[in-house]
Design a protein around this ligand. Structure first.
Ligand code: MTE
Ligand code: HPA
Ligand code: MOS
Length: 767
């Protein structure tokens, strides 16, 4: 792919924070963090550490000139602990030294004594004790209470889903450079440059214009740098301003895993009512979100869980309640899907359990209840441009579901120790920030006098290809060769008041702003071109592949000649533009509104083979039909879909984050935490994009792709449950993700082994 960063990546030439040339006098920063999940600091003495070789300073909360507060939604998170600590890994002090080695050597010389208090790790217990970060919220549609008695079947259950480590390749980090008059320039690996700028300004008692934040690219983020990049940037800036020297702070992998929050684990209770025909009549659900020790983005993530609580289905009566539970774990944070996957997982579990009880296949119930055009979501919005049924049907026919099902059934009849499972996973994902204010983007475009074009926007490149798509937008509007366009780093100096690059909206918001800015320049170019051609009507001027046309006729005038003429006529070749998504709103008092500009739809069919003796499994295939609209960059979008699917599979199968009862992370290394590798990717991974449709909210009708495919991975979980059921039809399967091979084995044999061994049975597996 030309004009993306791919060539730089493959040559190892793409620069990340830790690769930047080190300025003279650079100080290296290392963080001392809390070893206790909860406690009172009774002594913090850095005297000995400061005397260590090469150490310049040890900074604590007392050194912060402004507000020691980095919370985004709730002011409940100090940058450096004061008096109390609330999770293991919470920053307490910052050591600045000539080298990283010297800074690390000083770490154990800080005398930190903590009087430990009991740690709370369980969200249900937190709720019972009233430890909620924000009051609970409930989304209602229809009347569940009145409907239960009309149901032929009511099924209840509990569903657990685990945390997930982001494991971006580039760990969190920042380089802060002090400027004149106490100003600071910060290079940060963040999805949210403006947020970092705002926090640093407040922390240091500066105005925002005294703080510049710049991002070239991130080596991955996946939501993990939407909020949690801020602390490291703020610490580096604090050091730089206080010591008047450049400061670099880059976390080691293990520190990154131990210091930073993950996807939220949820535990949820559901109750679902259906009729004998398989129609869902009522659904009630309580979500307990393990937020960890500070709010971070948890309330917004919880809200998105509520928005997606009914998945891709129409449910006429809904009552969904969500609790944001404060515990003494790391503050959990944004991760691809932003709470949506956790909500959708529960309704899929409910449908699976209902199908078992009704003796129907889950697919039949799913299909029967699929969203249709005009259906109402629990939050009051109606489904418009709903392609849920189209994608479902297209997946069924394209991937010959009938034949697949037959093959799977035959396999299961002819195999004793191996079973296959098959599951559909429809996805409906709302596009827009659920916080309406954030739905704005900005762009600054310069056309230089040689005809080359520079584009700056608020979007941050994190591997998702947003810069490539922005480049495509500018090149298309001007109709010029792509090599003329350069998309710049993201800087708060060039584009101000930006939203995080998140919620899959990076291209929609900033691409639209780019389009507007380019069109503003194009209008001026047309005016000059008409003049140059001795014609009257600028509206009849068109640029097609670098050539100027008038009234449909080819002229001799080319882009490269036109631009210098525009300059010499003293016409402005630069434009700034702002885009705000129209029409979106949400009223928290009634929990109704139009929070999304549109929804992304698609369906996956997942097939797995389970080794019923060992509990190990293989994902044979994930086959997807996804409604994408006309793509700005088909290769990028395919990569997003494939990456998202594999990451989703990882969340539900392999990736297990474990904490001790005392809140200590037990899986803080890559030898204890397993992400999918090439052997765990589906043998067959097919994604078919539907390219039809108009989308006024996307640039050139394109649609967001960053997060939605992640949720196809949920289908693999239920395919595995199907395989387990094929082997042991009678057993009750606990719905607990991740479904690791160990968990499968325990599900298959846990009780039985104990039971049969007690009876002296020689062959406890019974096969
Ligand atoms: N793809 C890569 N390679 N790296 C990432 O960090 N983040 C995901 C997704 N795809 C991510 C990614 C997440 S969580 C989001 S919200 C979107 O990209 C953000 O970018 P977009 O808005 O431009 O789609
Ligand atoms: N997604 C990602 N980040 C966000 C959102 C969202 O919906 N709302 C606020 N921050
Ligand atoms: Mo993505 S979780 O919205 O950064």
């Amino acid at each position: 792919m030309k004009y993306s960063d791919l060539d730089l990546h493959t040559r190892g030439q793409a620069r990340f924070v830790d690769d930047l040339p080190e300025p003279e006098g650079l100080l290296h920063a290392v963080v001392l963090s809390s070893p206790a999940a909860h406690g009172r600091i009774i002594r913090l003495d850095a005297g000995k550490a400061v005397e260590t070789d090469g150490v310049h300073a040890v900074l604590t909360a007392d050194d912060i000139p402004g507000a020691n507060e980095i919370g985004t939604l709730v002011a409940d998170e100090p940058l450096l602990a004061e008096e109390t600590v609330h999770f293991i890994g919470q920053p307490v002090a910052l050591i600045l030294a000539d080298s990283e080695r010297q800074a690390r050597a000083a770490l154990p010389r800080i005398d930190l004594e903590i009087d430990e208090l009991p740690a709370l790790v369980d969200p249900r217990e937190a709720k019972a004790r009233g430890e909620l970060i924000v009051p609970p919220r409930t989304f209602c549609l229809g009347d569940v209470e009145a409907t239960w008695k009309e149901c032929d079947l009511v099924v209840e259950g509990t569903v657990d889903s685990g945390a997930q480590e982001h494991l971006y390749l580039e760990t969190q980090g920042s380089l802060a450079l002090p400027g004149e008059r106490g100003t600071v320039r910060v290079i940060s690996s963040t999805q949210r440059p403006t947020g970092v700028q705002r926090v640093i300004a407040r922390l240091l008692g500066l105005a925002m214009h005294q703080v510049e934040v710049e991002v070239t690219r991130l080596g991955g983020a996946f939501g993990g740098k939407e909020d949690q990049a801020t602390a490291w940037a703020a610490l580096a800036a604090l050091g730089a301003v206080i010591r008047k020297a450049p400061v670099k702070l880059v976390l080691h992998r293990q520190e990154d895993m131990i210091f930073t929050g993950k996807r939220h684990p949820y535990t949820s209770d559901f109750r679902i009512g259906l009729n004998y025909g398989g129609r869902i009549l009522a659904y009630e659900v309580d979500f307990y979100q393990n937020a960890g020790a500070a709010a971070d983005l948890s309330p917004a993530i919880l809200e998105r869980t509520l928005f997606h609580c009914t998945g891709s289905y129409f449910v006429p009566n809904v009552k969904a309640t969500a609790y944001c539970c404060r515990t003494n774990l790391l503050p959990n944070t944004a991760f691809r899907g932003f709470g949506g996957p956790q909500g959708m997982f529960v309704i899929e579990a409910a449908l699976f359990k209902a199908a078992v009880a009704l003796g129907m296949s889950p697919a039949e119930i799913q299909e029967k209840n699929l969203l249709e055009e005009g259906d109402t979501f629990p939050y009051g919005m109606t489904a418009r441009g709903c392609s849920a049924p189209v994608c479902w049907q297209e997946a069924k026919s394209r991937y010959d579901y009938k034949e697949t099902l037959k093959r799977v059934e035959e396999f299961n009849t002819s195999h004793v120790l191996e079973k296959k499972g098959l599951a559909f996973m429809p996805v409906c994902f709302g596009i827009s920030f659920t916080n309406a204010v954030l739905n704005q983007g900005g762009a600054l475009v310069h056309v230089y006098s040689d005809g080359s074009v520079s584009v700056s926007t608020g979007a941050v490149e994190m591997g998702q290809g947003v810069k490539y798509k922005i480049l495509e937008v500018a090149a298309r509007v001007f109709s010029i060769d792509r090599k003329r366009v350069k998309v710049e780093s993201t800087s708060t100096l060039r584009v101000a008041n930006t939203s995080p690059t998140a919620a899959s909206t990076g291209t929609d918001l900033n691409g639209k702003a780019t389009e507007l800015a380019c069109r503003a320049i194009l209008e001026r170019l047309k005016g000059v071109a008409a003049g140059e051609l001795g014609e009257e009507d600028p509206a009849k001027v068109e640029i097609l592949e670098e050539r100027i046309f008038y009234d449909g006729e080819k002229t001799k005038l080319m882009w490269e000649h036109l631009i210098p003429r525009v300059y010499s006529r003293r016409v402005n070749l630069s434009a700034q533009a702002h885009y705000a998504t129209p029409g979106i709103h949400f009223d928290k008092a009634t929990e109704k509104g139009e929070p999304f500009s549109y929804h992304a739809y698609g369906t996956a069919i997942c097939e797995v083979t389970l080794d019923c003796l060992r509990g190990t499994y293989e994902v044979d295939a994930v086959r997807v039909v996804h409604d994408l609209g006309p793509s700005l960059a088909p290769d990028v979008d395919l990569g997003q879909a494939e990456g998202g699917i594999v990451q989703g599979i990882g969340w539900l199968t392999l990736e297990e984050v474990l904490y001790s009862d005392q809140g200590r992370l037990l899986t803080g290394t890559l030898s204890t935490y397993k992400v999918p590798d090439i052997y765990h990717t589906p043998r067959e991974l097919e994604v078919h994009f539907l390219e039809r449709g108009e989308n006024p909210f996307g640039v050139f009708n394109s649609k967001a792709i960053g997060e939605p495919p992640f949720m196809y991975g949920i289908g693999v979980f239920f395919a595995l449950l199907g395989a387990i059921k094929a082997f042991r039809p009678g057993i009750d399967v606990p719905i607990t993700a991740p479904l690791t091979p160990e968990r499968v084995l325990m599900t298959l044999y846990g009780n039985r082994l104990a039971e049969l061994k007690g009876l002296g049975v020689e062959n406890p597996t019974g096969v």
